[in-house]
Design a protein around this ligand. Structure first.
Ligand code: AMP
Length: 215
C-alpha cells in the first residue's frame, strides 16, 4: 500500500511497482474518476465532492474497492494507491483482506513537504486523451498544452487548483494522517523520503521493501 498526501507521487510509484511485480494497480481516485466519466449514479454523487477536494463517503469508496479486490487479476498481488484514506476505510479493508486471504505485506508512507506538494500539484497537467502526466516546471511537454505521446490536449484536474489543493491537504492531515500510526502499530509501516527524482524515490521504496522482507 502507498500512503501519503496528494501530490506525493503515489500514482507514479504505484505504476512502477505494478509493472515490477505484475500486480494489479488499485487507485481509488482513478476508479472514482472513471465512474464520473461513465456518468454512473455513483459517479454523479462523487463528482461534486471530488471537485471540492473533499472525501467521497466511506461506504461508496469501500464498495468500489471491495469489488475491485475481488477481481481475478488481484490474486497475484495488488498495489493500493489512495485507499484507505480514513480509519473506517482501513478497518473495512482489513476485513475484506482477511476474507480474501490476501494480507498486506507492507505500507509505504511517502513523505513530502507541504511546500513541494503545492508546487507539484498546481503545475500538474494530464493528457485528456491518453492520461500521460506532465508538469509545467519539471516535465514540460515539447509543445505547450499538447501531449508528447498522442497530441491530445493537456488539462488541469479541477481539484489541482490552489485553493482546492490546500483543502485536500487539510483533509489529508485530519483524516488520513492518523493511518500512519495505525499501520505503524501493526508493524507494517515503512517511511520513505518522497523528495527527489522518480528513480531515487523508486530506489528508496525498493530498499524499504527489502527491509520489510517483502523482497
Ligand atoms: P486522488 O486521485 O487519489 O488524488 O483522488 C482524487 C479525489 O478522489 C480525492 O480528492 C477524493 O475526492 C476522491 N478519493 C480518492 N480516494 C478516496 C478515498 N479513499 N476515500 C474518499 N475519497 C477518495
Amino acid at each position: 500500500m502507498l500512503l501519503g498526501p496528494p501530490g506525493a507521487g503515489k500514482g507514479t510509484q504505484a505504476r512502477l511497482l505494478t509493472a515490477k511485480f505484475d500486480a494489479a494497480h488499485i487507485s481509488a481516485g482513478d476508479l472514482l474518476r472513471k465512474a464520473v466519466v461513465d456518468g454512473s449514479a455513483l459517479g454523479r454523487t462523487a463528482q461534486p465532492i471530488m471537485a471540492k477536494g473533499a472525501l467521497v463517503p466511506d461506504e461508496i469508496v469501500i464498495e468500489i474497492i471491495e469489488e475491485r479486490l475481488r477481481r481475478p487479476d488481484c490474486a497475484g498481488g495488488y498495489i493500493l494507491d489512495g485507499f484507505p484514506r480514513t480509519l473506517r476505510q482501513a478497518e473495512a479493508l482489513a476485513e475484506v483482506l482477511q476474507y480474501l486471504h490476501a494480507p498486506l505485506d507492507c505500507v509505504i508512507s511517502v513523505e513530502v513537504s507541504e511546500e513541494d506538494l503545492i508546487r507539484r500539484l498546481a503545475g500538474r497537467r494530464i493528457c485528456g486523451a491518453c492520461g500521460s502526466m506532465f508538469h509545467i516546471d519539471t516535465k514540460p511537454p515539447t509543445r505547450a498544452e499538447s501531449c508528447d505521446h498522442c497530441g491530445g490536449r493537456l488539462l488541469q484536474r479541477d481539484d489541482d487548483r490552489e485553493d482546492t489543493i490546500r483543502h485536500r491537504l487539510r483533509v489529508y492531515r485530519e483524516q488520513t494522517e492518523p493511518l500512519i500510526a495505525y499501520y505503524d502499530k501493526l508493524g507494517l509501516l515503512r517511511r520513505i523520503d518522497g523528495h527527489g527524482t522518480i528513480d531515487r524515490i523508486a530506489q528508496r521504496i525498493h530498499r524499504a521493501l527489502e527491509d520489510g522482507q517483502v523482497l
